[in-house]
Design a protein around this ligand. Structure first.
Ligand SMILES: C[S@@+](CC[C@H](N)C(=O)[O-])C[C@H]1O[C@@H](n2cnc3c(N)ncnc32)[C@H](O)[C@@H]1O
Length: 266
């Protein structure tokens, strides 16, 4: 990841393409409908968990504009608790500095480390009696299936996963397949993959969705949102999963219009 310094606060920022606005468009809309629509039913017991939190701010270089990153965006919505996990010490320190002046600072748990390695520290933060929203937003397929499995076990948690199809799965598919279970793709998919059946990246996505369903998300139909770059090439997609039919209704509602205001034809 390219890092530069913010002209606004002098702290490190992530450099990003303009397409990041599409991701934030859906994230903001889901945070809004989730935090308002679930608040009463869950008596305010809502937790937001960001497993790849970043430094809290990014720079869209092509238009020289800085934007809040996902953790700072989430702080604008009403949750009882926020959990931010980030493996880079420099980035999590920048994130802490950016959150310090927030009135919600005392509600934030910062966890430094690879989310797959610090999963034992993440699990106690997931509210078993409340409703959780987990954002998984890596730059590659860096989330292990077992990590998600352990975090959501016996918990109510909606998942919003950035699946790096074009940027990682497609690009490295043959190399991953050759390496098998110990490849990044193997860890992403979990155990017992029949590699001969995975003929192409699309098969991988199909299997991944089945595996997510195996975690208790079986009532969910998926409506993926593909994020494209400025050349209209698909980069990654947002996969949403909820154990609750209301979650799916919300997702359908907020994805009716795409980021440019066009009605989606599904
Ligand atoms: C795409 S950025 C996240 C951006 C953030 N969600 C936002 O919208 O501003 C991915 C971040 O995850 C961090 N990261 C990469 N691998 C990680 C891991 N295994 N566990 C936790 N953080 C990780 C990187 O340092 C980077 O800051």
């Amino acid at each position: 990841m390219k890092e530069v310094t913010s002209e606004i606060d002098g702290l490190v920022v992530r450099s990003s393409g303009v397409w990041i606005k599409q991701k934030y468009y859906y994230l903001k809309r889901y945070l809004d409908i989730f935090s308002k629509g679930m608040k009463n039913r869950w008596k305010g017991n809502l937790t937001y968990i960001d497993l790849f939190a970043g430094p809290g701010r990014c720079l869209i270089e092509s238009i020289n504009k800085e934007e809040d990153g996902s953790p700072l965006i989430a702080l604008q919505y009403d949750f009882k608790k926020y959990v931010f996990v980030e493996e880079s010490e420099e980035l999590i320190e920048a994130l802490k500095s950016r959150c310090k002046n927030s009135p919600k600072f005392s509600k934030i748990e910062f966890l430094e480390g690879d989310c797959n390695n610090v999963v034992n520290k993440i699990i106690p933060q997931v509210d078993p009696a409340g409703l959780n929203l987990i954002l998984i937003d890596p730059t590659g397929i860096d989330i292990h299936y077992k990590t998600i499995e352990r975090i959501v076990k016996e918990k109510r948690a909606d998942l919003l996963i950035n699946v790096q199809l074009g940027m990682d799965i497609t690009r490295n598919f043959l190399a991953y397949k050759k390496k098998g279970n110990n490849s990044k793709l193997g860890l992403f998919l979990g155990d017992n993959v029949d590699w001969d059946k995975l003929k192409n990246p699309r098969d991988t996505v199909k299997l991944y969705k089945e595996r997510i369903k195996d975690l208790g998300y079986q009532t969910v139909e998926f409506k993926d949102i593909t994020i494209k770059n400025t050349l209209n090439a698909p980069m990654y997609f947002l996969l949403f999963a909820s154990k609750n039919p209301k979650g799916l209704r919300f997702w359908k509602e907020i994805t009716k219009k795409d980021h440019s205001g066009q009605l989606e034809l599904f």
